[in-house]
Design a protein around this ligand. Structure first.
Ligand code: GLC
Length: 717
């Protein structure tokens, strides 16, 4: 074991020969410190245990089931394609090995830099123990010290690369569905949104646009004028975002396949031949994204799409998902043939059924193919969690090269490190009420791992959505940076207009409200890109007391507002915990505000409203409603404030689609409000934003007095 120190209060312990995951950055000063806990090595595994006190809490571990406090469950870090997120699932698409433990001594952060499987038992088998089982002996273990949870998160963010920043249009509303099968259908959807006065930023294209599910192909039959379609829609401010899957169809004459073979770009089996698995198109090879030359080669393929005007991509099935491989299919078919004409008892029948039913994503598949990294060969299992990450890196670099500006990029599989290259959608959730709550609870955890451009399939992917469920989900999703309504093939229509006039009207308001919130949300992304820290903060990170610890279904969004979404059917309101005096904002065209004392209170929340809370002596900025980002007003903003003494707010903005922010080219607007002894307010606004001219301010004080004023912006050079 080698130990090292990184900056202040960050220690690392290197065991064996860790694989270079490109996650942690910074200078290391090597020393001889002992790990302050006991590790046990057995065969090729490592075991580690923390003792937990009665009220100790554990945070982090990425996109998983369960609460914000991770205690009481098991988790597995091993990117997996599982479309049914039942309550007892322990593993989903992401493998994020950052976590924090809070005990009565204080807080500590930990990161295990290891790209294969890790099991976490967080007080499940034994309530007083947090046991970790690492499937290997080569890893680096980091300990991050600090005074508060927020401080540790920020320190961790300084150890990893800066996060991916989408173009501003990435914050608009996107419509998606597996099954939008033709150019006509896409145009029709756009026309329907337009006709119904519903905002629309873009439409995601699922694999229906491809020819036989081949990456970088476009069906001539169903999308004969793809380029024209992209152009026509873009003119109206609407973009198309096609999907790209990890598996490349095996087909002679298909250039991606031919070049992949020729260039040695595919992952190999034990005999040194390209490994064969099956996904959507049938048999495929997997690009070996661990090789730099393959990342460049595959990344360049995105040019096929950018040349057609595409500026956004979703990378899917990159755990990688495997429906079956040749050996497993043979085994199952042989068993089925043997069973023909036989009288199968329960065990034989179950055996046969399971052979087919459990054929997807079997552990053994990931031992059967190999990657080349820095001149060495590793099985996929050895570095499994790097795969989706490296596919996204490939796409990110290819898109940057060929587009020359920012692109929208999301991935399904993820691990920390990928946060620098793309965002995440949380995969195949379902149209279940419990998944709204799950969506809410994942948000701060994803931020802890460095991911900000995140969101769930609003309305739910699997199963059928109702109008009520969609509206309630939207009341949460209007706050998530990625806002996309997506549904599975064969489910009932789920577009905002699919549930009759009343629901369409409610969705219209919510979508327009989303556009009003974009300046605030985008400012959050820019600011956190630079400074790290949480955009979605659990109440327990900011306030003390039992209620704050337990209020896991409420979140702070930025430092200014608190959301408390409703996630129960037939409810007209819910209980909310106010950790301090706050203003309840009913976000109508002219917002209604009311001061509420701290404590637990019932909040009426109708389906057609959008409500949130504004903290005391805080301001929040919002814009005007719009149908897309392109037509958003830039000369005027609104400010809501709850000010008894004074409050400041800095709004971050930039050009929205170049990389100039990397050189610090952001424009800040500083708003300062002070309540004078006379009861009047002193308001000043200084802005580096040349387009901004007027700010309409609406303030409330503790006595519910409302004050309104239009302020001219003095532009700073
Ligand atoms: C996967 C994706 C889902 C997509 C489907 C078809 O299940 O997670 O979003 O619709 O594949 O491409």
């Amino acid at each position: 074991m080698k130990s090292f120190q990184m900056r202040e209060n960050i220690k690392g312990f290197e065991f064996g020969t860790p694989i270079d995951t490109e996650i942690i950055y910074g200078d290391k000063t090597y020393g001889f410190e002992e790990l302050p806990m006991v590790l046990k090595f057995e065969d090729s595994n490592t075991y580690l245990k923390f003792l937990l006190g009665q009220d100790d809490r554990v945070y982090g571990l990425g996109p998983n089931m369960g609460g914000i406090n991770k205690r009481g469950r098991r988790y597995e870090a091993y990117c997996t394609d599982d479309p049914l997120h039942h309550e007892d699932k322990v593993v989903l698409y992401g493998a994020h090995n950052f976590f924090m433990i809070q005990d009565n001594q204080g807080v500590k952060g930990y990161f295990i830099d290891f790209p294969s499987r890790i099991y976490y038992d967080v007080g499940f088998s034994d309530r007083d123990a947090f046991s970790i089982h690492i499937h290997g002996k080569d890893f680096t273990f980091y300990i991050i010290e600090g005074d508060t949870l927020n401080e540790i998160v920020t320190k961790f963010h300084k150890m990893i690369k800066k996060p991916y920043l989408p173009p501003k249009w990435g914050l608009g509303y996107f419509q998606s569905r597996w099954g939008y099968k033709s150019e006509e259908e896409i145009r029709e959807i756009h026309e329907t949104f337009k006709g119904k006065d519903l905002p629309l930023e873009g439409i995601y294209l699922d694999l229906d646009y491809m020819e036989d599910f081949k990456d970088f192909s476009i069906s001539k039959e169903r999308f004969p004028n793809f380029k024209q379609l992209v152009e026509d829609l873009k003119e109206e401010g609407v973009r198309l975002v096609p999907i790209i899957d990890a598996g490349v169809k095996i087909e002679k004459g298909y250039s991606v396949y031919d070049q992949g073979i020729e260039g040695g770009h595919f992952a190999l089996n034990a005999d040194g031949k390209p490994y064969v698995a099956a996904v959507w198109p049938g048999k495929v090879h997997f690009p070996d994204f661990l090789q730099e030359k393959t990342r460049v080669w595959f990344g360049d393929y995105y040019k096929v799409l950018t040349d057609l005007g595409i500026e956004g991509i979703w990378n899917d099935m990159n755990e990688p998902a495997i429906f079956y491989d040749e050996d497993s299919l043979d085994e199952a078919v042989t068993l089925a043939i043997k069973a023909k004409g036989k009288n199968l008892d329960v065990f034989d029948f179950f055996d046969l059924k399971d052979k087919f039913q459990n054929m997807g994503n079997k552990d053994v598949y990931y031992q059967r193919f190999f990657h080349r990294l820095h001149g060495k060969s590793y099985s996929n299992e050895d570095l499994h969690n790097q795969y989706g990450y490296m596919m996204t890196k490939s796409a990110s670099e290819g898109l940057r090269k060929h587009l020359g500006k920012r692109s929208l990029l999301i991935s399904r599989a993820s691990s920390i490190g990928m946060h620098a290259y793309g965002g995440i959608w949380t995969g195949d959730n379902s149209s279940w009420w419990s998944h709204i709550e799950l969506n809410l609870k994942m948000l701060p955890t994803l931020n802890m791992s460095g991911f900000y451009y995140v969101g769930a399939d609003t309305g739910g992917f699997g199963g059928n959505c109702s109008g009520e469920l969609l509206c309630r989900w939207m009341q949460l999703s209007v706050f998530t940076p990625l806002l996309r309504n997506h549904a599975a093939l064969g489910t009932k229509p789920q577009e905002p207009y699919a549930f009759g006039e009343e629901v369409t009207g409610i969705n219209r308001k919510l979508l327009k409200d989303r556009y009003r919130l974009i300046p605030y949300l985008y400012s959050q992304l820019l600011m956190h890109h630079r400074l790290g820290g949480l955009m979605f903060t659990p109440l327990s990170f900011e306030f003390t007391g039992r209620e704050a610890l337990d209020a896991e279904d409420q979140l702070l969004v930025g430092e200014e507002i608190m959301i408390a979404p409703l996630y129960k059917p037939n409810a007209q309101g819910r209980y909310v915990y106010l950790p301090e005096e706050m203003v309840l904002v009913n976000f109508k065209e002219k917002p209604e505000m009311m001061v509420l004392k701290e404590g637990v209170r019932y909040m009426a929340y109708a389906l057609n409203e959008l409500k949130f809370f504004l903290r005391k002596n805080k301001l929040m900025v919002y814009g005007e409603e719009s149908l897309n980002v392109k037509t958003m007003r830039q000369d005027q903003l609104n400010v809501l404030g709850y000010v008894d003494t004074k409050a400041n707010f800095t709004l971050w903005n930039d050009d929205g689609d170049s990389f100039a922010y990397e050189e610090g080219k952001v424009f800040k607007t500083k708003i300062m409000v002070e309540k004078l002894a006379s009861g009047h307010y002193d308001i000043s606004v200084n802005s580096q934003d040349e387009y901004l001219k007027i700010i309409k301010v609406m303030l409330i004080d503790s006595d519910n007095n409302i004050f309104e004023k239009e302020v001219e912006v003095s532009n700073l050079k």
